[in-house]
Design a protein around this ligand. Structure first.
Ligand code: SF4
Length: 64
């Protein structure tokens, strides 16, 4: 079973850290919150670092 990252846009504070950590996966949307535009764009370990670095813990894994 594979999994993909998911962002709770209600909680995102637009710090851009996840985009800096894994720009292949995350980008800032037109509303200036993080969005997952390419969920399999980086290895899980790299995505996990972005998840761990989110200051408000609003990124989580979801089953693909
Ligand atoms: S690290 Fe978290 S709070 Fe910061 S932009 Fe990404 S999802 Fe939003």
């Amino acid at each position: 079973m594979s999994r993909i990252p998911w962002v709770d846009k209600e909680l995102c504070i637009s710090c851009t850290l996840c985009v800096q950590a894994a720009p292949e996966v995350f980008r800032m949307s037109e509303k200036n919150v993080s969005q997952v535009y390419n969920p399999t764009g980086a290895p899980e370990g790299k995505i996990q670092l972005a998840i761990d670095g989110c200051p408000v813990s609003c990124i989580a894994w979801k089953d693909a």
